[in-house]
Design a protein around this ligand. Structure first.
Ligand code: SIN
Length: 294
């Protein structure tokens, strides 16, 4: 007699791909069935109609990260695009463009001691109300490399066992910016603040737009799960980080100059590859304010 788990057709995690209604103002070309889509037919330097803005919102909700190619934006146009989705966030530590505190500098070159976002994270999850989304515009690319990986945290949640989902339900975790930020931007001449943000958030959050559950802990900022012995919290977080980094939940974006990525920090994590030293990769990020997770 067979022992162990009963085999049913298909992979353990099944992502159901629905037939989608067509878009009127954009083209949407999915990178994978699970996460990521390239958007075409739109020039972000021009004022967007309400319909186009709604469809960008919809494409983000459906794909978690969306990519635009061959965009030619001034700093003001990049900021204006971000403002269509909410108030803009000012990063608690990173350097910014001289006249625009909301325009975060993303830059690595031969002299850099590090590059931004090299580990899996959700942007500034240590804030009480972490950013809803981030809009990265890369103007200078290395000849090869510098890709960004994105991972779907709904899919990571859905693929957990029912026992694990029950265990995590109602737990909260502490997210802290201290280790990430202190001294990190000294090479840009940034002076440290006396304290960096720290906040407690649910381990499983409900996305305010889609109402779907997503795993909301990340290697970059989450320090421990509240109310558990520290060794148990460390073990659970280690398992979740390994689980959520499964390639099945991911896409990988290859940048070209003048590409723009818009990701939803509430349900996606990302990780940047610094595999291009001594070349330069450079651009700006506009970050849109979010709500307190629930
Ligand atoms: C980040 O915003 O975390 C950096 C992402 C990237 O440079 O690709």
């Amino acid at each position: 007699m067979a022992t162990g788990m009963q085999r049913v057709p298909g992979p353990r995690y099944k992502h159901i791909v629905d037939e989608e209604a067509p878009y009127a103002t954009l083209t949407v070309d999915k990178l994978t069935p699970i996460i990521g889509a390239e958007i075409g037919g739109i020039d972000l330097s021009q004022p967007l109609s309400n319909k186009a803005a709604d469809e960008i919102h919809r494409a983000l909700a459906e794909n978690l990260v969306i990519f635009f190619r061959d965009q030619h934006l001034t700093e003001e146009q990049h900021l204006a695009f971000g403002r269509m989705f909410g108030d803009l966030h000012i990063h608690p530590a990173a350097p910014h463009a001289p006249d625009h505190p909301e325009l975060m500098i993303i830059h690595a070159d031969r002299n850099s001691p590090r590059a931004n976002g090299e580990g899996w994270h959700s942007d500034v999850s240590c804030d009480e109300a972490p950013p809803m989304g981030s809009i990265l515009y890369i103007k200078t690319c290395p000849p090869k490399g510098g890709d960004t990986l994105f991972a779907n945290m709904y899919a990571a949640y859905d693929a957990l066992s029912d026992r694990m989902k029950q265990y995590l339900e109602g737990l909260t975790a502490v997210h802290d910016g201290e280790d990430n930020y202190r001294g990190t931007y000294a090479n840009f001449g940034v002076k440290d603040r006396p304290v960096y943000p720290r906040a407690e958030h649910p381990v499983i959050r409900i996305h305010p737009v889609t109402k779907r559950k997503a795993l909301f802990v990340n290697r970059g900022f989450t320090r421990y799960i509240v109310g558990l012995p520290r060794d148990e919290s460390d073990g659970i977080l280690r398992y979740l980080y390994e689980h959520m980094a499964h390639p099945l939940f991911q896409c990988r974006f290859r940048w070209r100059e003048n590409s723009l990525a818009f990701w939803d920090n509430r349900c996606a994590q990302h990780r940047a590859m610094w595999d291009y030293w001594p070349h330069t990769r450079s651009g700006f990020r506009v970050t849109v304010q979010g709500d307190k997770p629930y």
